[in-house]
Design a protein. Structure first.
Length: 240
């Protein structure tokens, strides 16, 4: 199941941090590293800091967007500070490790880290079902990228060691790409009904994303929602 847990680095600026991340992952038994549009691809410095984890580094996948990186994932957790304009469902690190471990039994899952200086953008965070915040010393909460990866991968490892004592969830959840198709359909339908004004969309879709990410509809429930949207579309077309 550890092979179904992706560690995703977005727009990493220093190749050494990529190598250090690979090392942090391997010490906890993780191997699926994904790089989203890194400033530079892994080089000699990355290999040096990876130490004995050059195998993790060598098989790292490089993609252009975060959406592409998480398209096949049923659970996506983004690392974030708590101070955001629009609060998102939060997990503690221990909860994060347990949830990633449990749900990796059914589909790939992802733990996402942003660029070193500013973290994940609001748009990137909106692709996540949950956010996780490491409760560091409030007087000095600056964690470097590899340290943050090590901390959260440790929690995944602890959850893995306790896995046999943990009941398996029976619910089936949609993959990230299926959710994105739903959000696209929802926005299109709400625009047709004029609930969303195309020239002035405001924060409607952002708030609806937060609502559905918090609710986490199961696959069957998402199909019902898509069916409702389709019936509304047909009703609008008939009236036209």
């Amino acid at each position: 199941m550890l092979d179904k847990i992706k560690v995703i680095l977005v727009n990493t600026t220093h190749t050494g941090n990529i190598g250090s991340t690979a090392r942090a992952m391997k010490t906890m038994g993780l191997s699926q590293l994904v790089l989203v549009a890194p400033l530079k691809e892994p080089d000699g410095q990355a290999s040096a800091l990876a130490a004995g984890a050059t195998d993790v580094l060598a098989q790292a996948k490089i993609v252009s967007t975060l959406a592409e990186a998480v398209a096949d994932c049923g659970l996506v957790v983004g690392t974030s500070a708590r101070s955001r304009t629009l609060p998102w469902p939060m997990l503690e690190p221990r909860e994060c490790g347990e949830k990633l471990m449990t749900e990796s039994e059914k589909y790939p899952v992802a733990l996402v880290f942003g660029t070193e200086n500013s973290g994940l953008t609001n748009e990137e965070l909106q692709l996540c079902h949950f956010h996780v915040c490491i409760p560091a010393n409030p007087e000095y909460s600056s964690l470097n990228l590899a340290a943050a990866v090590q901390t959260l991968c440790y929690e995944v490892r602890m959850a893995h060691l306790q896995e046999q004592k943990r009941p398996t969830e029976e619910n089936e959840y949609p993959l990230s790409e299926e959710l994105e198709r739903f959000y696209t359909h929802l926005e299109q339908t709400l625009t047709k009904t004029t609930f969303i004004v195309k020239q002035h969309p405001g924060m409607v879709m952002t708030k609806l994303r937060r609502l559905f990410n918090r609710a986490r509809p199961e696959s069957q429930e998402l199909n019902i929602l898509r069916g409702i949207l389709t019936s509304i579309d047909k009703s609008i077309k008939t009236k036209d």
